[in-house]
Design a binder for this molecule. Structure first.
Ligand code: GTP
Length: 648
């Protein structure tokens, strides 16, 4: 089953990440050194394709830095920190979002090996990237923190690798920490994953202790890729990005044959033919090699100018030598949908092209055109979780200078229709609702269905009581509980997705002082009593805030949203009624009082320059305002509400 998408983990503030500054990192330029690399000299038997997987913060990127240094790929005299985290958002938030690839050359027992390392993100929202990276690998390093031990995502990632039948090398990291207990972690690994404890490699990625033995294990324990260089080319596009000047850069893993600069290649997906302009390895910067052979992993530029041309999961082959396409990837299943609109409709086309380019690099986002009376023409985007949504939004801003309006995220509900008219309109009896504004009325449906997920929580036993209570308030059903050592338990719960999508992780973290971890996988749908809730300002519906809620929670959710909205709305010249309503029935109300006359008088006070200044500031501010009726709402008022969802 696909594992993905946890919401609510709103990361450390920009720039001030707990892991220290990440700026000033320079990649070692190896352009001269390896210009003439002859890739044919490295047979598939001497190639290893592997990935590092771990729970968030257990040290994947730090280990990757050490492996890059040890193999001379980057200069070890520099203070390298998370070299593979290239995106600005990754450096600011201190998390890996995109999987990156690096080819390492290593001499072992008189032979030269090519070790292709694919770094993967740790956060659950990005586990789609993990499974995609694994399809190009034969083995993984499963990194576990010697102090924290196995966490929910260690389990999830292990099973991704296990299901893909990859060799797993367990690595216990951070043995330098004062409270490290590698023996305890070894026995957890044996108990949960059935891996004999003498197979664990104990290291400190930070200090570099024992990292060399990892390279030996990679060579000895991970099998080389099974490929055939004599067959015609068969290359899997496992990632791609867009460069303004060169067009699409495809990351490829070669399963058969070879590809050279100047070759004519065909995309199995579009059947279009291209000429290869550049081909090479990632070192970790692009390093042209002129040719790549089966078993190798690298990049390729072939004049694909349109973002739709390089589909991730596509197979490339040589012109006139068609092959059976590789299986590709299951497409990602979005867990959270939100509307996205340009702040000003004149920016529609610019935003459209930015979204297209960014979705090429992040193929797990789904995009549908959408429009709204109040917000104009826009899109409805599907994300793997709330953090994923935030990161996408931030990347749009940082990499494309786009600023957008986002609506309240919703999970994909379903409705079984009873109205013949609607069945005809949708040409289906069961429909999926990804836009709360289109939620059909109770009188037109037989039943509503909500998505559910199977959640795994790993926690020290002292928090079990509090966690059980939290899960109950989220309508969860306990499925299982096992102890993974004397004082750590693994709990399994069936959750309605909408109960965990926003803030569950934050609540779990705070009640367990940060010690409990959480991950989940898709578990289908269940019937539910759902209602559509509108939020109104002086009687006008706020399109951004239409939501679907469980009937039993409507009152508390409505009240909390009204309170939050009241706090984030600036006072205006008149009173504002903030209401939550189901149909025509108002279930909660708050009031934002008007400015008092004498405050206004004081403020303007006859001082003309002061008045002008105020007016100027107001016009500048107008650009960031949304008008609902005659009420001016700052754009970030809604975002504040999204982030601080009601504790139901
Ligand atoms: N003491 C100690 N700290 C370590 C060690 N390895 C990593 N760290 C620290 O642990 C933190 C997380 O390390 P990262 O390498 O960024 O972790 P990650 O698993 O790549 O995290 P994501 O990319 O966000 O999934 C950083 O502050 C590292 O400096 C180690 O061996 N010892």
């Amino acid at each position: 089953a696909a594992r993905r998408g946890l919401p609510g983990l709103l990361p450390a503030p920009a720039g001030g990440s707990a892991r220290g500054a990440r700026t000033g990192v320079r990649l070692y330029s190896s352009a001269d050194r390896k210009e003439k690399i002859d890739m044919s000299r490295i047979p598939a038997e001497n190639t290893r394709n592997f990935s590092i997987i771990a729970h968030v913060d257990h040290g994947k990127s730090t280990l990757a830095d050490r492996l890059l240094e040890l193999t001379g790929t980057i200069d070890r005299t520099k203070n390298n920190k998370q070299v593979l985290d290239k995106l600005q958002v990754e450096r600011e938030r201190g998390i890996t979002v995109k999987a990156q690839t690096a080819s390492l050359f290593y001499n072992y027992e008189g032979k030269q090996y090519l070790l292709n390392l694919i770094d993967t993100p740790g956060h659950v929202d990005f586990s789609y990237e993990v499974s995609r990276s694994l399809s190009a690998c034969q083995g993984v390093l499963l990194v576990v923190d010697a102090n924290e031990g196995i966490q929910a995502q260690t389990v999830a990632n292990f099973f991704l690798a296990f299901e893909a039948q990859l060799s797993v090398i367990p690595v216990i990291n951070k043995i330098d920490l004062k409270n490290a207990d590698p023996e305890k972690v070894e026995s957890q690994i044996e108990k949960v994953f059935d891996i004999p404890n003498d197979e664990c490699i104990k290291i400190s990625a930070k200090l570099g202790t024992n990292v060399g033995s990892i390279l030996q294990a990679v060579i000895e324990k991970i099998p080389p890729p099974k490929v055939n260089r004599d067959n015609p080319l068969r290359a899997l596009v496992f990632d791609s990005s867009f460069d303004q000047y060169r067009g699409v850069i495809a990351n490829v893993a070669l399963f058969d044959g070879a590809v050279s600069k100047g070759d004519r290649i065909v995309s199995a997906h579009t059947q279009k033919t291209y000429e290869v302009n550049e081909v090479g390895i990632l070192n970790p910067n692009e390093q042209p090699t002129g040719k790549l052979y089966a078993g190798q992993v690298g990049y390729l530029v072939a004049g694909m100018k349109d973002v739709t041309e390089a589909q991730i999961g596509d197979t490339l082959y040589l012109h006139k030598q068609p092959v059976e396409p590789l299986p590709g990837f299951k497409s990602a299943k979005p867990m959270v949908f939100a509307g996205m609109y340009p702040i000003d409709q004149s920016e529609y086309n610019t935003l459209k092209s930015a979204i297209e380019k960014l979705t090429l690099n992040d193929s797990s986002v789904t995009v549908h055109r959408d429009s709204s009376l109040a917000l104009g023409a826009g899109w409805r985007l599907g994300f793997l979780g709330l953090l994923h949504m935030e990161v996408f939004n931030q990347r749009l801003e940082q990499e494309y200078n786009a600023s957008v309006i986002l609506t309240t995220p919703t999970v994909p509900y379903k409705a079984v229709l009873s109205s013949a008219k609607l069945i005809k309109e949708y040409r289906a009896k069961e429909i999926t609702i990804i836009n709360p504004a289109q939620f059909p009325d109770k009188s037109k449906v037989t039943e509503y269905l909500e998505p559910v997920v199977l959640g795994t929580i790993i926690t020290p036993d002292e928090y079990i009581g509090k966690i059980t209570t939290l899960c109950q308030t989220r309508r969860a059903i306990q499925k299982n509980i096992v102890f993974i050592d004397q004082n750590r338990a693994m709990l399994k719960y069936l959750f309605p997705l909408n109960e965990i999508v926003v803030d569950f992780y934050d609540s779990l973290k705070s009640l367990s002082s940060g010690y409990a971890s959480f991950d989940y996988e898709d578990a289908g749908y269940q019937t539910a009593e759902l209602v559509k809730m509108d939020i109104l300002l002086n009687g006008n519906i706020v399109e951004e805030l239409v939501t679907v809620v469980h009937k039993d929670k409507a009152y508390s959710a409505g009240k909390a949203i009204c309170e939050r909205l009241k706090d984030s709305l600036p006072r205006q010249l008149f009173e504002i009624a903030v209401q939550a309503a189901i149909g025509s029935k108002v279930i909660a109300r708050e009031t934002v009082k008007a400015y008092r006359k004498n405050v206004l008088a004081k403020c303007y006070g006859g001082d003309i320059t002061r008045k002008m200044k105020l007016l100027k500031r107001q016009t500048e501010g107008k650009k960031k305002l949304r008008k609902i009726g005659n009420i001016e709402v700052p754009k970030d008022a809604f975002i504040k509400i999204l982030k601080a969802q009601p504790d139901k």
